[in-house]
Design a protein around this ligand. Structure first.
Ligand code: ATP
Length: 654
């Protein structure tokens, strides 16, 4: 976070002092400095952090793999290269024709020949332009296909990648990989192959022509070119680093903006509107100053190169003109020589910018390969069995689990959940209740012990079949910015309207949906912002009910409902879920008192289990939890003193 009340001008001066003009001077402070916590969540900051620890892959290996991926498209690539070759040669016809017209046709003073030659030249020009169009069209569709295919592969992989890896990437990181990095995959082909190929062809034809026309003059041009290359190298290299830093700053600002607006209620509640605006303005100004500074220097260097180019042209006119006057060179020769000077400089700039772009593209391609190489830890075994129901029970057999970061969440957990029963998991926050549901859903695999359904280890069942048996409703309901019907039918897209309405009635949301302007066709806004917390939970319950699961997991799924609605929904669900297994997690013990089995968990261990009555009689952990909650929820009555109402004091009577 920038220091408040420090203007962008002062910040920028300090920045230049510490980091240099382009921000690429890593002072000793920079090495010591940690990424501020606020920035750790940003996609780029996180990615950079992660990348620092990773050994860099050799560029050659990445390039080899990249081209190996394109092996199937060799013939298309070869076709494009041939088109580039033909186009470049056709383009060279024009300057040479100039020489022919000036030196041969004009001197013969034959208008008929001139007309005939111009008609041929026109045909060549039209062919060149048409071929150019075709070449660009083919290149663009080809690159588009590469991007589409890579995006498809990435999306498919992301959908089955380990949950912790997806969470590690964060939403911003995933979007950046899917959009930016995938797009850059195609740029690598353009910048790493097509563009340099064209540049080398131009350089060959250009240099060949120049040497053929006048080798001494060509050597003068090459001397100028060497100076230009050094200046251009300086500017490309420095500007590349400058733009990289600038991109990082912009992406940090974007991430901060996204945070500000996703937490807009917190910003307003804590009256931070002014300081958030101030910070944004300062950051924005700071970036703008950097941009302006960098661009000014770049513009100056560019103009210096231009001046040198002009000097070269003047030198060529002088030296070449002298050769023409002394009959050592034809007028046409001088004209075509000047045209071909461009064929010397243009490819040099093309190669340099391709090289700079290629480095950026290579980094993006590495990101894409890293993502695609991420191993799938949760997948079907080769001999995975089909499952189409739960006929007996779900058994936890000495289950152990630690999250990939090493947090031990479950230890020696034994539990049997008979088919058709309601099991409640209760316990303090962080005890491991949600972890158990994550393991049942196979979002993670156990690190010790087994989970069995009907005696079969869930790891030996087909994942798709197995997950298809269950439905999960979480406290933080996820709804899309779609219609009510789309959201309810998410797990069963082919459901009829009648089925959707029936599920909505069971989840007690039909009444409020019916009162909406467009009823089931109402769009509920991003993440369902146009609904109350309780309404969102009812929709999520309806969605789970519609899939008619064998196993229903409710993780604090009714916490936003009032007790009366909660009871009504529970009753309705009990009626329709006869014979189905239900696992409920709830902090409010009144919600789970009717469960067939209540399991108390603490620090990943099963502390006790039994029915509500049994557990109360045992006077153990559950009893303590229950009594604490009962004390808290005993109705409080506000009694006003009679008499002087102005001076009256509210007294709380328990
Ligand atoms: P609550 O009632 O607050 O939801 P809980 O009983 O459901 O808590 P869990 O979410 O299962 O608790 O968490 C159990 C432990 O695992 C906690 O110590 C938590 O910090 C840790 N934990 C949970 N999710 C992760 C994760 N993705 N990576 C690492 N550790 C995690």
């Amino acid at each position: 976070m920038p220091k408040e009340k420090e203007g962008s001008r002062k910040r920028y001066r300090t920045f230049i002092k510490e980091k240099g003009l382009f921000g690429d001077k890593d002072g000793p402070e920079d090495e010591k400095k940690e990424v501020p916590p606020a920035d750790k969540g940003k996609p780029d900051a996180a990615a950079d952090d992660k990348n620092k620890d990773k050994p860099k892959k050799p560029i050659k290996a990445t390039l080899m793999r990249y081209f190996a991926e394109l092996k199937m498209r060799r013939s298309r690539i070869a076709f494009i290269l041939v088109m580039i070759l033909v186009n470049t040669l056709l383009q060279a016809v024009m300057p040479w024709s100039g020489k022919f017209i000036i030196d041969n046709i004009l001197s013969s003073r034959d208008f008929g020949v001139l007309v005939a030659f111009c008609v041929v030249l026109l045909c060549v020009g039209v062919s060149n332009v048409s071929l150019n169009f075709l070449q660009d069209y083919i290149i663009n569709t080809f690159l588009g296909t590469i991007v589409t295919n890579i995006k498809r592969k990435m999306m498919q992989h992301l959908q089955v990648m380990p949950l912790e890896k997806v969470q590690e990437l964060k939403v911003g990181g995933i979007i950046s990989r899917l959009q930016n990095d995938a797009e850059r995959m195609s740029a690598l082909l353009q910048m790493g192959l097509f563009s340099p190929f064209r540049a080398i062809l131009m350089l060959t034809v250009g240099l060949g022509s120049l040497f053929f026309l006048n080798w001494r003059l060509t050597l003068v041009c090459l001397a100028f070119a060497a100076v230009v290359v050094i200046a251009a190298y300086f500017i490309f290299n420095t500007m590349r680093r400058f733009h990289k830093k600038l991109r990082e700053e912009v992406s940090t600002l974007t991430a901060r903006l996204s945070e500000t607006f996703s937490g807009i209620q917190v910003v307003r509640a804590f009256r931070r509107e002014r300081s958030e605006s101030f910070n944004f303005v300062v950051d924005n100004q700071f970036i703008y100053r950097k941009y302006l500074h960098g661009m000014s220097i770049s513009m100056v260097v560019h103009r210096v190169i231009w001046v040198m180019y002009w000097c070269l042209l003047v030198a060529v006119y002088l030296y070449g003109g002298y050769h023409v006057i002394t009959n050592k060179m034809s007028i046409g020769g001088l004209v075509v020589f000047i045209s071909f000077i461009d064929w010397l400089f243009q490819p040099i700039f093309m190669i340099m910018s391709s090289f700079a772009e290629m480095q950026v593209s290579l980094a993006c391609v590495e990101h894409v390969f890293e993502l695609l190489d991420e191993p799938l830890t949760i997948k079907d075994a080769s001999d995975a069995k089909s499952v189409n129901g739960i006929t007996r029970d779900i058994v936890f057999d000495k289950v152990e689990f630690a999250y990939p970061n090493g947090t031990k969440a479950i230890s020696g957990f034994d539990l049997t959940i008979p088919r058709g029963s309601i099991t409640a998991l209760v316990g303090p926050s962080g005890a491991g209740k949600s972890t158990i549901t994550n393991l049942v859903m196979r979002f993670y695999d156990v690190t010790g012990g087994r989970i069995l359904i009907d005696g079969e280890d869930i790891r030996s069942c087909k994942l798709g079949d197995y997950r298809g048996l269950s439905s999960l409703v979480l406290q933080d309901t996820f709804l899309f910015d779609g219609t009510v019907i789309d959201n309810i039918a998410y797990g069963k897209p082919d459901a009829t309207l009648e089925e959707v309405i029936a599920a909505a009635k069971t989840a007690h949301c039909h009444e409020f949906v019916d009162s909406l302007e467009k009823k089931y066709e109402t769009v509920i806004g991003e993440r369902g912002v146009k609904l109350s917390g309780g309404q969102r939970q009812r929709l999520a319950l309806a969605r789970a009910i519609l899939t008619d699961p064998e196993l229903l997991i409710l993780d604090e799924a009714t916490s936003n409902l009032d007790s009366e609605s909660e009871e009504l929904i529970q009753d309705a669900m009990k009626k329709i879920f006869v014979g189905r297994t239900i696992i409920v997690i709830a902090h409010r013990l009144s919600t789970v008192m009717d469960a067939d089995n209540i399991v108390v968990i603490d620090k990943g261990l099963k502390v006790e289990e039994g029915t509500h009555r049994k557990l109360l009689q045992r006077k153990g952990r559950y009893h303590k939890l229950y009594m604490t909650q009962m004390k808290k929820t005993t109705p409080t009555v506000l009694r006003w003193d009679d008499g002087d109402k102005q001076a009256a004091e509210a007294k709380v009577v328990s």
